[in-house]
Write a protein that binds this ligand. Structure first.
Ligand code: ACM
Length: 260
């Protein structure tokens, strides 16, 4: 299965331009799984609730329609971050789209920094979707620092984790190798690049999107400051083997009775 990511620099609030940029990058691409960054169509650094209200969408919106079209053109499961509107609540969410339809929504469980001013924490259980010959789970950016997220997805049978991101701390790329080793799963971290200076905050995004194997190998690393896209062929079934040696299995050897 061919899995990969798009790394780009969304312009804040310029949804049409951001969708067009990704459209161009993906023209002619076919794949099994394509992951785009967190909030890839809107930008990240919101300064007011009014901006969130203005740029957010439900699963019938422009971003969903774009992803549905791209899923048909590429044959891929598309996973991408978006600002979700649900009644009078707003979530930092990702959607999974396949064969022209939205098949799943994940609402970020662990909000980072000023996201807490604008978004409601996620309220859906972590879920795994069997699509295109692979079991795929979603998490978003800062969820990486909570090992419970990848562990839960692994326990639910995920083989590949799609990880839309807007990373600003320098640790995640390295941490994802550990997340993948400790669960023996693959991950596609799609990060953004650029500097977003708005209001009181300036965020510098770290690029270096990556594809990590179930043995913690870096199968692909993007540059720090350039738009980039990359794909690797993987065998998702390798993630079903949790055995490290004849005596140790990373899931079966857990001792949950001793954990809080
Ligand atoms: C982050 O969660 N966007 C750092």
């Amino acid at each position: 299965m061919k899995i990969g990511y798009v790394q780009h620099a969304p312009l804040f609030g310029e949804k049409d331009k951001n969708l067009a940029a990704v459209d161009v990058l993906l023209s002619g691409v076919t794949a099994g799984l394509i992951v785009l960054p967190e909030l890839f169509a809107t930008g990240y650094n919101f300064v007011s609730a009014a901006e969130v209200a203005d740029l957010s969408e439900d699963t019938g919106g422009e971003t969903a329609r774009f992803l549905c079209r791209k899923s048909l053109e590429t044959g891929a499961v598309m996973v991408a971050g978006f600002a979700e509107r649900a009644g009078d609540r707003y979530y930092n969410s990702s959607m999974m789209v396949y064969a022209g339809a939205v098949v799943g929504i994940y609402r970020k469980l662990h909000l980072f920094n000023r996201e807490k001013l604008f978004f409601t924490p996620g309220d859906y259980p972590l879920a795994v979707y069997p699509l295109n010959g692979c079991r795929i789970g979603m998490m978003i950016c800062f969820d990486w620092i909570f090992p419970e997220v990848t562990r839960t997805l692994a326990l639910k049978g995920a083989q590949v984790i799609a990880h839309p991101s807007n990373l600003v701390l320098p640790y995640c790329q390295q941490a994802m190798t550990t997340r993948c080793i400790e669960n023996r799963i693959f991950a596609v971290t799609a990060n953004r690049i650029g500097i977003e200076s708005r209001g009181e905050e300036e965020f510098r995004y770290t690029g270096r999107s990556q594809i990590t194997s179930c043995k913690g190998e870096l199968l692909s690393t993007a540059p720090e400051e350039m738009p980039f896209m990359d794909f690797r062929d993987i065998d998702p079934e390798l993630a079903d083997h949790k055995q490290l040696n004849p005596f140790n299995d990373v899931l079966a050897d857990r001792r949950p009775g001793f954990y809080l």
